[in-house]
Design a protein around this ligand. Structure first.
Ligand code: AG3
Length: 282
């Protein structure tokens, strides 16, 4: 027999396989198939519907860049919304900002949160003791269409646009996000790996451009998400947020007194410089 291998089959003609030195959990929840394995290179790995979502080794890369970039660019975010993000690694990064008064997370699958609380405490434990953490188990699409709440920053920590995550890439959903952003607010979205999923970025940016004064993307190299840079979509009615000067970011970052392993103000600025094949899609 030998060790069991788990394959990600997200991309056509490609298979990203991870050896499971241990299978910690496997279940079909009400919403999706969930697998938790131990892998020699990445540590503990969560896969949803056969797609790698989070690993203990590299979660900081994606979570830091998706939380700190919009929050520090905004400069005074008090109300932050995360849609998705069931492993709560994004919430953990966002809550590192003392200026954030409430972190609302709308996740459709309660079992992913429960599960992650148990198995990913190494990074998400602080979230569950934080009185500012407001977890709502609900459909994100419905939430943004109906809530009376308004947010300074909205972070869409979705899966890929297959299964329950698909609506989170629709023009209706983005319009809902716009509806519940405060003036000067910013929306960031998980937009896949452009080298392999370019259409996803083109589509989201196209929708943003119809709704927001400023629509763009920035990049981050996530070791687990194969295919080169991952793109994070960026939308705001305040174009100045995307070009906040380095010195301002340095001051804010210093004042925030947050420890990071990927994010620096320099990396923040550089992330908006798009390699040409990605810039051509934006
Ligand atoms: N959510 C983004 C997973 C996207 C994977 N896509 C890909 N490899 N193309 C991750 C959840 C982390 N909180």
């Amino acid at each position: 027999s030998g060790p069991r291998w788990f394959s990600e089959t997200l991309h056509n003609g490609l298979r990203f396989s991870l050896e499971a030195s241990d299978v910690l959990y496997e279940e079909k929840t009400e919403h999706q198939h969930l697998a938790l394995i131990e892998n020699p290179a990445y540590g503990r790995v969560l896969m949803l519907d056969g797609v790698v979502q989070v690993t203990t080794r590299d979660e900081f890369v994606y979570h830091e860049m998706m939380a700190h970039v919009p929050i520090l660019a905004h400069g005074a975010a008090k109300e932050v919304l995360i849609v998705g993000g069931g492993d709560c690694g994004m919430a953990e990064e966002a809550l590192k900002h003392k200026g954030v008064e409430r972190l609302t997370q709308v996740e459709i699958d309660a079992s992913v949160v429960e599960f992650s609380r148990e198995h990913f405490a190494s990074f998400n434990a602080p979230v569950f003791d934080d009185p500012r953490f407001d977890l709502v188990i609900a459909d994100g699409m419905k939430f943004v269409a109906e809530t009376d709440r308004r947010f300074d920053a909205i972070l869409i920590d979705s899966t890929d646009p297959i299964g329950p995550g698909e609506v989170l890439f629709s023009p209706e959903f983005y319009a809902g996000c716009k509806r519940c952003l405060k003036p000067g607010g910013v929306l960031v979205t998980q937009n896949g790996v452009p080298f392999l999923q370019g259409g996803e970025l083109v589509s989201s940016i196209g929708h943003f451009a119809k709704l927001f004064a400023d629509a763009s993307a920035y990049v981050v190299a996530v070791p687990t998400y194969i295919g080169g840079h991952m793109s994070l979509g960026w939308a705001s009615d305040d174009g100045a947020l995307r070009t906040v000067p380095l010195e301002t970011l340095q001051e804010r970052f210093e004042a925030a007194a947050i420890e990071t392993r990927y994010y620096t103000p320099e990396v923040h600025r550089a992330a908006f410089a798009l390699p040409r094949y990605i810039g051509d899609l934006v």
